[in-house]
Design a protein around this ligand. Sequence first.
Ligand code: ZN
Length: 192
Amino acid sequence: MELIINACFPDEKRIALAEKIIQITAIDHINGYCVIESIDTENIGLISGSRDYGIYFSPENKIESKEVSQQIDSLKNQFEHSHIVWLSSKSYKSNDIKFAWILAHEFGHVFQNTKERQPNGNKFSELRRQEKFKSLPASRMCKNEIDSDLLAYQVCSNIFGEDNMVNYLNKNGIERCPCNMYPLFLREALSE
Ligand SMILES: [Zn+2]
């Protein structure tokens, strides 16, 4: 996985953090590109809306050239077997924890595609049957998304410390699934 930062003056700390996540997740053996934008890309036709923090393009993904930047389009065409993770400037400009969370989350989707991660759907369903987790919205409970959040949680705890993560998530929640109980759900899914 090769890191490409689209920036005139890339932030050294941000690059170091991205490199650290590549190292912790051991994703570097996977053939692909991780493209991080530092400049707003609203005008270059990238898929936006709910996906505008990060997107994962698997080698099987067929994408319309008008939906992505020219750079992503040419990477897709030149290296058709590559996995591509794209992070928007919105992610680049986020705080360290949020940036790391988004990047590790997208890497989770790469590992799901390569079958290096197998989301434990049974465990998630079993946990969700508990009374305290009944309020979690079904629309946010796709097993691949939960699994990617689990990787993000592990990677961020490793980098920032477990206590800091608990505080951060209690205060800020997780944008993908802002329900109060979701951080606890992830913690319990990670335990045992
Ligand atoms: Zn996702």
